[in-house]
Every structure is written in C-alpha cells, then in structure tokens.
Design a protein around this ligand. Sequence first.
Ligand SMILES: Nc1nc2c(ncn2[C@@H]2O[C@H](COP(=O)(O)OP(=O)(O)OP(=O)(O)O)[C@@H](O)[C@H]2O)c(=O)[nH]1
Ligand SMILES: [Mg+2]
Length: 194
Amino acid sequence: MKVNQAEIVMSAVSKAQYPDTHLKEIALAGRSNVGKSSFINTLLGRKNLARTSSKPGKTQTLNFYLIENQFYFVDVPGYGYAKVSKKERAKWGKMIDEYLLEREELEAVVSLVDFRHEPSKEDCQMYQFLKYYDIPVIVVATKADKIPRGKWNKHESMIKKALDFDKEDDFIIFSSVTKQGKEEAWQAIEHYLA
Ligand SMILES: Nc1nc2c(ncn2[C@@H]2O[C@H](COP(=O)(O)OP(=O)(O)OP(=O)(O)O)[C@@H](O)[C@H]2O)c(=O)[nH]1
Ligand SMILES: [Mg+2]
C-alpha cells in the first residue's frame, strides 16, 4: 500500500476516547523499545509521525493513526518497562486488555519481538494471550539489520520455539533501517483489511 495520508487522530486512555468511525484497526504490540513506532513510520514512509525514542516507555497511550481514511494503526504502549510504579503498570495492563479483548474494530495484532534476542516472558505471554483469544496475529521480528543474514535462520528458529509459534501465522523479519520486510508486512496487514 502506498500511503499518502496519515494522521494521528487520538491518544486514548479509555474506551470512551476510541474513535467511533467503525473503521478496521490493526494494533501494534510489543515490549517497550522493540520498534513499534518505527514500524509504523516505516510502513507509512514517514520519518517521525509516530514518536520514536531511545528512552523506553515513550508511548503511554493508545495512539490511533488514521491511514488513507481507510483504517487505523493503533500503537499500544510497550509492556515490560520496569521504571514505572506497579500501580501505573496495572493501569496500562487493564487498558491494553480492555482494548484487545473488547474492541470489535480490531482485525489483527502485529506482535513485535526483537530479532536479536530470545523472546521475553512478556513476549511469550502476549503471543499466547492472542492465540488463546483467537485474535489474529502477525509476528514481526525487528532490528534484523543488527543480525548478519547467515544467522537469520537460527534466530528465526530460536524465536519460534520460544513462542510456541503456530506455523499458520505470519512471521516477518523486519528492519526499519533497511526496510527489510516492509512489503511482506503490508501484504499480511492488507489481508486483514480486505
Ligand atoms: N537498528 C535498528 N534500530 C531500530 C529499529 N527499529 C527501531 N529501532 C530503534 O529502537 C529504538 C526504539 O524504537 P521505537 O520505535 O521508539 O520503539 P517503541 O516500541 O515504539 O517504544 P515505546 O514507544 O517506548 O514502547 C529507537 O532508538 C529506534 O531508532 C530497527 O529496525 N533497527
Ligand atoms: Mg512507541
């Protein structure tokens, strides 16, 4: 998809603030700093529409990006960011669960994991949560530019094994630096928008 029009329309902390336009939504979930905002920017061909930061925990609200007046990308706050209070974290958890479990417009979740490392406990929990509730999931392994190609197979196997990956799901090796996987990611997403 070639995107000409993209704008952030809402930063929501509760249901009442979600858009009421009934367009389809694709959510991005993943550990803080994994590259969710960068993924959105890369797909849109924008430098910094979705705020990126080397400081984890930047995105703290559900950010709705309206794309071509056709669908929304929903940037979900990163989990596993340690430097917030337990109370804060519980509040985020509730907000995310509420969105993922109750949002009728949600068509699929792009679950981002870092291609370099063994998935964290939270990465595995997120994937299994989505599988359990039958929410379609596209796994995107980010920061592939940091791994030499000769090691890609090994890393892919390592991640799939840890997630107990369902081979029916999409697994996309991605880099926002080289744009590796951009077309594949769009294809997987467009499948759920059709
Ligand atoms: N080398 C490399 N760096 C990346 C890639 N994607 C993201 N980064 C870097 O990783 C850091 C975090 O990226 P973000 O896109 O802000 O991550 P996020 O998941 O949105 O983080 P939160 O909003 O805190 O949850 C930034 O410094 C990015 O430049 C990638 O594909 N390759
Ligand atoms: Mg972000």
